[in-house]
Design a binder for this molecule. Structure first.
Ligand SMILES: Nc1ncnc2c1ncn2[C@@H]1O[C@H](COP(=O)(O)OP(=O)(O)OP(=O)(O)O)[C@@H](O)[C@H]1O
Ligand SMILES: [Mg+2]
Length: 421
């Protein structure tokens, strides 16, 4: 694979800045070159302004980059949770390859860690990239890559590749790409800020809505107190005692729920009362109560209380987590043969609670998003807040909430809480 050793270029981002007006006025060649760049940058900013979706915006800009640098293909990768992931890939020309692209670790290191712009010609032969498997495999003739910087932080990178030996990238191409990348960085930031704004608007709206509902709900809940009266009237009737207990519990739960949503939306967080709590007993109470729920009712709910660990917890918080997990499980179940298994045990100084269902499972592409606020696959039937709230509650207990799921087979959500000493 390795033929000739070609020169290459590594340039710190700072050195790719466009020349100052003063320099330009002294150098006529530079004026000609930069007029072209100016036209290109103008087009970049047009494309950026036209798009409100970050991914579309990146794709449009990348198309333009491929066109003006005569590259065969390219990609934009963004840093997410410490991982560089390819957001968009584009190809150009008749020989456009559809082959999946891999990020070269070597290039990424130059670009992301040293914040340099690189051109590499005949990469396979370039000593610096010798061990980069990804370059060998995809037979790249030359590539250039630049960081996307946002206030001095590398948020990602743009890389373009050319498979013809003739069409080599020049230093001027590199400078231009670097400037485009910085424009892209700023607009990415803006788009994300706009999205955050929309989100906080949504939160505020939910807060207002919840406050309104809370007020109404409280008025209409008072008849529930009759349950207590009836229970006192028939002290010997087991069924009435149970029903009344459930009604009062339901009433309390509605109050808690509305308060939780209000706290969540106002960003104040919840106030927890941490007390030694018997997790198994909590599970027993919740499962008795939730069996009245329309969707849970048709399921076969089985408790396996292997141990009865004591945890320091806010009972109403954990109860809410349990209800969310059990309701999610019930929602995923098939019409018939649905089963929910709730298992409690202790492992490594932690109380472990598993809620397992034999439902439809969570598709791979949804798995990363289930804990996101407003992520739901239930249309208008779900707000997509259940797991987001649950995770916050569990983390406030210094516990963990996670899951394992196989599509078509079922899902297990696991809550781990530190044991009370
Ligand atoms: N046990 C499960 N089996 C399959 N999918 C699940 C399960 N639990 C959660 N999910 C998926 O995760 C999504 C988010 O769950 P979450 O509880 O946060 O919101 P929701 O149930 O849709 O709405 P809400 O709980 O606010 O009423 C669900 O819409 C569903 O697609
Ligand atoms: Mg839910």
């Amino acid at each position: 694979v390795a033929d000739r050793y070609e020169p290459q270029l590594v340039k710190p981002v700072e050195e790719t800045l466009p020349p100052t007006l003063e320099v330009l006025l002294r150098d006529e060649d530079a004026i000609v070159r930069h007029t072209k760049s100016f036209a290109i940058l103008h087009e970049v900013s047009q494309r950026i302004q036209r798009e409100h979706d970050p991914k579309e915006m990146l794709a449009n800009v990348l198309d333009l980059i491929l066109e003006v640098t005569r590259a065969t293909r390219g990609y934009v990768a963004l840093l997410e949770d410490g991982q560089l992931r390819i957001e968009v890939t584009r190809t150009r020309g008749p020989r456009a390859q559809t082959q999946a692209q891999a990020i070269s670790q070597t290039v990424a290191e130059h670009v992301m860690e040293r914040r340099s712009c690189v051109i590499c010609t005949d990469a396979a032969a370039d000593a610096r990239f010798q061990d980069a498997e990804s370059i060998f495999l995809s037979d790249i003739r030359s590539l250039m890559a630049v960081p996307i910087l946002v206030s001095d932080r590398a948020r990602g990178m743009i890389e373009v590749e050319s498979s013809h030996t003739q069409a080599r990238f020049t230093e001027h191409d590199l400078d231009l790409l670097s400037v485009i990348a910085s424009t892209v960085g700023v607009s990415l930031d803006n788009l994300e800020m706009a999205q955050r704004l929309v989100r906080s608007e949504q939160m505020a709206a939910i807060g207002r809505l919840a406050t309104g509902i809370a007020h109404e709900v409280k008025n209409h809940l008072s008849p529930f107190m009759l349950a207590d009266m009836i229970a006192k009237r028939y002290p010997g009737d087991r069924q009435i005692q149970d029903a009344s207990e459930m009604m009062i519990e339901a009433q309390q739960h509605i109050f808690d729920l509305v308060n939780e949503i209000r706290n969540f939306a106002s960003g104040t967080g919840s106030s927890y009362t941490m007390e030694p709590t018997d997790l198994a007993e909590l599970v027993e109470r919740v499962s008795r109560f939730i069996k009245c729920d329309a969707t849970v009712r048709t399921a076969n709910v089985v408790l396996e209380l292997e141990e009865r660990p004591m945890v320091i917890a806010d009972a109403k918080g954990i109860r809410q987590v349990l209800i969310n997990l059990i309701k999610n499980a019930a929602d995923a179940l098939p019409e018939r043969g649905g089963r929910i298994l709730i298992h409690v045990k202790t492992r490594d100084r932690q109380a472990i609670l598993d809620v397992t269902d034999n439902g439809r499972g969570i598709p791979a592409e949804a798995q990363a998003r289930v804990f996101d606020a407003f992520f739901t696959t239930k249309g208008t039937k779900g707000l997509g807040l259940g797991l987001d709230i649950s995770k916050k509650i569990v983390e406030a207990h210094r516990g963990q909430l996670g899951f394992r799921s196989t599509e078509g087979k079922g899902t297990t959500f696991r809550m781990a809480l530190p044991l009370a000493d």
